[in-house]
Design a binder for this molecule. Structure first.
Ligand code: NAP
Length: 279
């Protein structure tokens, strides 16, 4: 069994991003990432701080614009529009969730599509689903980056994606479809999950349920990508029962150190415009 090491993939992309930023700086361009943080959601604040730190570590300028939970939509959108017009701002990230009085998608859609670092605007979603170059959410991109780095060919293969969320499962299925895989998408309505996953040459779990994917669900030699992040007894684990699946699969991503290790780099790649997916 081959371990698909997300940290190695992240390191590869880090150096690519650093080189690109150094080139821009030589041309006296200092690209900037702006992160909008609204309200007191702790995980969002932690994610914003970690994103800012990583962005700075590759040479990007990274600012966090913090707002009280009671902020009005118009105020937020006006600031986003300023960033849209500011040529030093290369990327804009909006931490989710937003407080319930705000229409999250309206605020997201205020971001100019070519500065949409998380690929969440309706424009980028439509572009992805209609097969045009698009900025894609970072987690599905991280999965593709791992498959590409390890040379996993998707054309003609059966890919099974478990999960159909708008930010992970659905865009992932589109990306695999664009590579000429035969894609099956599973969810809570799937009648016989095991029967479907056993067909998969590549099985991608994006669910949020520890231990959901067991060895008997995997075809011998299949590639298994674990997107899930779950806390069990104080430990971070994925959706895949790693130890038993490792005995059957040809390759598996670990958790931690798999997909999650690559996602931040994919946001930064979007910021510098390096990974728009053309189909
Ligand atoms: P989500 O919005 O909760 O979606 C979960 C999906 O799993 C839904 O489509 C759901 O089906 C499906 N599902 C739930 N139970 C199932 C079951 N027993 N059998 C088959 N399908 C089932 O979650 P998400 O935002 O996509 O995230 C998925 C996981 O990835 C979470 O653990 C999250 O923490 C993790 N994640 C990781 C990263 C990373 O960087 N590694 C980034 C983002 C998210 P229905 O549609 O029918 O409800």
């Amino acid at each position: 069994m081959k371990l698909l090491d997300g940290r190695e993939v992240a390191a590869f992309h880090r150096s690519r991003i650093e080189r690109r930023i150094a080139e821009l700086q030589k041309g006296h361009i200092q690209p900037k990432l702006v992160i909008f943080l609204v309200g007191g959601d702790k995980p969002s604040a932690m994610y914003a701080a970690s994103m800012q730190k990583t962005a700075r570590s590759v040479g990007l300028q990274a600012d966090v614009y913090q707002y009280e939970a009671a902020v009005q939509e118009a105020e937020l959108i006006a600031r986003i529009e300023q960033c849209n017009a500011d040529s030093s701002v290369f990327g804009i990230l909006l931490m989710m969730p937003l407080p319930p009085h705000l229409d999250a998608q309206s605020v997201v859609n205020a971001i100019r599509p070519d500065k949409d670092a998380d690929g969440l605007t309706d424009c980028n979603v439509a572009r992805l689903f209609t097969g045009r170059p698009a900025f894609v959410p970072c987690t599905p991109q991280a999965v593709m980056a791992i498959l590409d780095y390890y040379g996993v060919e998707l054309a003609g293969k059966e890919v099974v994606v478990i999960g159909r969320s708008a930010v992970v499962g659905k865009p992932l299925a589109q990306l695999c479809l664009a590579r000429n895989a035969t894609v099956t998408q599973c969810h809570t309505g799937t009648a016989d999950l095991k029967a479907v996953t056993r067909r998969g040459d590549v099985v991608i779990a994006a669910v949020g349920k520890a231990g959901l994917v067991t060895a008997d669900m995997i075809k011998p030699g299949a590639v298994v990508i674990d997107v899930g992040i779950n806390r069990v007894d104080g430990k971070t684990v994925g959706d895949v029962a790693f130890d038993e699946v490792a005995g059957v699969a040809g390759a598996v991503t670990p958790v931690p150190g798999g997909v999650g290790a690559v996602t931040t780099m994919m946001v930064l790649a979007n910021v510098i415009g390096g990974t728009t997916h053309s189909m």
